[in-house]
Write a protein that binds this ligand. Structure first.
Ligand code: AMP
Ligand code: ZN
Length: 453
């Protein structure tokens, strides 16, 4: 039985799911205004980790990640300029060019890290109409109001506001010393839609004149559009908890009158030399920086496994060296086991591995168990068990296994979803697409398998 820590209830809980063991999962995605750093990728390795562990346990994933290409201001709390416009001025490109450039880099790095990407990756600018409808619904229900600057969410209408981070908003209000916008009902009301000045580059028509969305609304809207009114798991970094995720909960739960997200999972930060990774401290590393120094993306992937996601992980080149060497050792042992003649009982290792990953993703313990197993006498069945574990680890251990491209896996998963929804025409079209790529999907008792044509 899997137990994950739910930040909302502050306890480990069974994983919620929909019919046919499908987990609907939402992950806050990147703001594509600058190069993603390895701290950001800790957040997406965390997403990958959850997805793979669920699949290992026979679940199916219906996952969504947004791409923030509008509306994220330089301060998370509705102040400053839109990060996309700052980048656009800095680089003398349009915001659309900026978004494309950094989205491409993000996707390239994510693939290099072998991140199991969600089924839907959705830019905020592709759902402007849906955002407008969502904001209108909040206005209609009395949860929002209009000022000369935009449409705001009225947090006083939401009795539960602040429940995720446990902050008492009334206490916070009593001591509030933030800039007061006279038109706002309470200082912490946040913007849903901003009325744009004429010179603002990114703006769209709306019932409230030309404007652009606030940052938080995109996640509520994309979650709603692709996953519906009930989402099983929502992931993000701890920095999102006090503002972005509180606001998402306020928007979604107010619109639907019930709890939309069942389980919230938050990842602690990657630190550098014991401090925060930040541009101003000049200690940001990109994957490309690591590669320049002779480390592979996979070395960093393995590094992720060496600390629990709920603890800060300190990045140093010494610790990355350790990860690199351990991974090298693991791969060498794997090769020896591939041709091993002994017979080892791997059941105790399989049990321990499963118990570890299912105990709120205890990857350090799962890795220790894997390394312990590799110390056994050289045996082909140790190798086979390692390949099984590798469905979670996602390392490049075996050529045959790696030869099923991510694209084919994603198509097969979509086909399975289409079949569950009895949309057989789509399922058949996807099967044909998979066939064109040189693979066959075969239905089995519990799901499906992918074979080479
Ligand atoms: P952003 O592109 O700033 O919206 O951030 C994308 C994701 O990276 C969010 O889930 C953040 O919480 C996460 N994040 C940012 N910095 C770090 C860090 N140093 N360690 C781990 N996650 C981070
Ligand atoms: Zn979000």
């Amino acid at each position: 039985m899997i137990k994950f820590y739910n930040s909302l209830t502050r306890q480990k809980e069974d994983v919620p799911c929909h019919e046919n063991k499908t987990v609907k999962m939402y992950s806050c995605g990147p703001t594509v205004y600058y190069y993603p750093h390895i701290g950001n990728f800790r957040a997406y390795l965390f997403m990958d980790n959850i997805r793979r562990v669920l699949k290992y346990n026979g679940y199916h994933l219906d996952g969504v990640m947004n791409i923030t290409d509008v509306g994220h201001l330089t301060s998370d709390a509705d102040e400053g300029e839109d990060k996309m416009l700052v980048a656009s001025e800095r680089e003398h490109k349009t915001p659309w060019e900026i978004a494309k450039f950094y989205t491409d880099i993000f996707m390239k790095d994510a693939r290099a890290l072998n991140i199991d990407l969600p089924e839907h990756i959705v830019p905020a600018t592709s759902v402007i109409d849906e955002m407008i409808k969502f904001v209108q619904a909040l206005l209609d229900k009395g949860f929002a109001y209009e000022t000369s600057k935009g449409i705001y969410f009225d947090i006083s209408k939401d009795a539960e506001y602040g429940k995720l981070s446990g902050m008492d908003i009334r206490e916070k209000l009593a001591g509030a010393r933030i800039d007061v916008d006279e038109e706002k009902h309470t200082p912490y009301d946040f913007v849903l839609w901003v009325k744009a000045p004429k010179e603002h580059i990114m703006q769209w028509e709306s019932p409230w004149g030309m404007g652009y969305p606030g940052w938080h609304i995109e996640c509520s809207v994309i979650g709603d559009k692709f996953l519906g009114e009930t989402i099983d798991i929502h992931t993000g970094g701890v920095d999102h908890k006090p503002v972005h995720h509180e606001n998402e909960i306020a928007q979604s739960d107010s619109r639907y009158g019930h709890q939309v997200v069942k389980m919230w999972m938050h990842l602690e930060f990657l630190q550098v030399d014991g401090g925060k990774m930040s541009k101003s401290l000049n200690n940001i590393y990109r994957l490309a920086d690591l590669e320049e120094r002779g480390y592979s993306a996979e070395d960093f992937r393995f590094f992720y496994f060496l600390a629990h996601y709920s603890k800060q992980q300190n990045f140093t080149f010494d610790s990355l060296d350790m990860a690199k060497n351990t991974l090298k050792g693991l791969k060498n042992l794997a090769k020896e086991h591939k041709n091993g003649a002994a017979r080892v009982d791997t059941k105790p290792f399989e049990d321990e591995f499963l118990e570890s990953i299912n105990d709120d993703l205890n990857m350090p313990k799962a890795i220790a168990c894997t390394l312990k197993m590799l110390k056994e006498e050289r045996s082909k069945n140790v190798y086979d068990t390692l390949l099984k574990f590798n469905q979670v680890l996602g390392l490049n251990l075996d050529e045959d296994e790696q030869s099923i491209p991510q694209e084919v896996k994603a198509l097969a998963e979509k086909r399975w979803q289409a079949k569950q929804n009895r949309d057989f025409a789509t399922a058949d079209a996807l099967r044909a697409q998979i066939l064109d790529l040189g693979f066959v999907v075969k239905d089995t008792k519990d799901g499906y398998e992918i074979l080479k044509k």
